[in-house]
Design a protein around this ligand. Sequence first.
Ligand code: GLY
Length: 316
Amino acid sequence: MGLALIVHGGAGRFVTARQEPAREGCRAAAAAGWEVLRRGGTALAAVEAAIIVLEDDPEFDAGRGSFLNAEGRVQMDAGVMDGMTLDVGSVACVERVRHPVVLAGAVLRSPHVLLVGPGAEKFAVESGIPLCDPAELVTPEETERWASGRGAVDDETGDAGGRGQHPDTVRDTEHGTVGAVAVDGAGRLAAATSTGGIAGKHPGRIGDTPLVGCGFYAEHPIGAVSSTGDGEAFIRMMLARRAAGYLEAGLTAQAAAEAAIRVLADRVGAQGGLIVLDAAGHFGCAWNTPEMACAHISEGMAAPYARCGDAADSEP
Ligand code: GLY
């Protein structure tokens, strides 16, 4: 196998009306990433291109359309990894960046690994990435969600919707964290994940998304992984690296994804999903939420195959 790419738009409860837009969004993102690979671009460039599409799509909890925190502000996290060099770039709690994945990519190309908040935004300016008005990232739907208190974190327990639950994965969320993994023509692997985090989160809260080995991971010649779900649980389990470990142990990409989700449920009672790609371009995708939005494409396919709940393309 050669080129391959898979994207996700979160694992959670996608109400019926949201399944088709989520599927369409994933399909568009996969097509954008595939175009980069097809033209000879790197896996890293491909996953960045795919995530940019998802960050622009308000169907997803990333970039524009991110959930609002307890103060009604967007605070976003993103991470990228090049599996060949093991270079990592992450940003967290950024509020004025239209495409956090682009800023994470700039961090990857710098001596840094993780930059947060105003320091990350200062680095954006230094890197020639323009800052945006935070209001550009806020959608009327999320303003309404915030004003109504839907998805807010429980004040008593700190949980979102009950222990082990998470508004990104369980409640009426309709959309989620986004991610992409790819392998290019030179066999290079890359992973990227981007999120607005959980609805009503405490200001400054950072989940798994920008943490290498938790929300994303890529390592040549093992594979690449992107996660979505209960961020605190994914951090405790270092789930992306754990899934890569299953690949290393000889499991197929699908079996590795399923094993990681099983251990997430069994060990910490949490919910979520992940996408896995091995170095040969085989896909895996598993979740223990009602639905997960994802799309994949590899050589020999005329177009990406996308699905979310009952909305699915015919079999590739
Ligand atoms: N999985 C995304 C987050 O918990 O922030």
